[in-house]
Design a protein around this ligand. Structure first.
Ligand SMILES: [Fe+2]
Ligand SMILES: [Fe+2]
Length: 287
């Protein structure tokens, strides 16, 4: 990994509260449901990431990478927990996603049972590239969280910052256990599976959430979300186009330049501060 990066698990308990607005991003249902759709995938997805890295942890001898695996595991476990609370709040606010959570758990368990270990790790690497691309956009472009409620803005920046920190861990484990052309081909194949899953599933979940909220035909909101996702700031465009970089045989997550803004967020972060629901000071200052 990039040796200037420290992977720091920050055990934040955000304290999701029913008083938080449902349409937390710019007051817009479809934009909010886009991020909510991602959140629905995190609890079971991040548990799968942890499991797949653990499958190979005993084959890693490099002390730095061993320490990175421990920090990666801690970060993802905390993300998984906080996004489970995030999703429970959606249910409490009238969009019942409990059944979805159970379904996602079952799908992941089924996939883990029938997918070869190396493929599981390669799929994790692919999704970690996706989360790193989201992190670049969320942290590198202040417009992405402009208009978001400070509570959710902090949550997404916190998650993005930690994804940026640990983006190379699964990849470094993978290239240790699956070197050469075969490793490359499995990695590219896994990315195609992950892409099918992500690029199709996320908009479907977004639509499903909109329908559950009675907003499926809110064209004005869809237009706003479309602009946010694809044009300005174009968070989804940034992510989707960033996939191609991953297909290079010599690709490494640390190759992608970290914008100074990303490092600035980390510097501003107060690691030990507990987020006090909606009223506490921002973890990231006032941006
Ligand atoms: Fe995460
Ligand atoms: Fe991650």
């Amino acid at each position: 990994m990039n040796d200037t990066t420290t992977i720091t698990p920050r055990n934040i308990q955000f304290g999701f509260d029913k008083a938080l607005p449902l349409n937390w991003h710019s007051g817009d249902p479809a934009t909010s449901r886009f991020y909510d759709a991602l959140s629905l995938l995190f609890p079971s997805g991040e548990r799968m990431f942890i499991n797949s890295v653990r499958l190979f942890a005993d084959r890693i001898t490099d002390p730095q990478l061993k320490a990175d695996i421990r920090a990666f595991t801690a970060q993802e476990a905390i993300h998984s927990r906080e996004h489970a609370h995030y999703n429970a709040l959606l249910t409490a606010q009238g969009i019942d996603v409990e059944g979805f959570g159970r379904l996602a758990d079952r799908v992941v368990k089924f996939a883990e049972r029938w997918t070869p270990n190396k493929m599981q790790l390669a799929i994790t690497c692919a999704f970690e590239h996706y989360t790193a691309l989201f992190a670049e956009s969320i942290l590198g472009d202040p417009r992405v969280m402009e208009g978001a409620h400070p509570f959710y803005r902090d949550l997404w920046r916190w998650h993005a910052m930690e994804e940026e920190e640990h983006k190379a861990v699964a990849f470094d484990v993978y290239r240790t256990v699956a070197p050469g052309i075969t490793g490359y081909l499995i990695r590219v194949y896994a990315m195609s599976i992950a892409t099918f899953d992500f690029v199709i599933t996320v908009p479907l979940i977004q639509f499903w959430l909109m329908a559950k909220a009675g907003e499926a035909t809110n064209l004005r909101s869809w237009a706003r979300a479309y602009k946010h996702m694809w044009i300005t700031p174009g968070v989804w465009r940034h992510v989707v186009f960033g996939i191609f970089d991953y297909m290079r045989p010599g690709f490494h997550p640390s190759d992608r330049a970290v914008k100074p803004e990303v490092l600035a967020w980390r510097a501003q972060y107060i690691a030990t501060q507990k987020r006090e629901a909606t009223t506490g000071p921002s973890l990231f200052g006032e941006a």
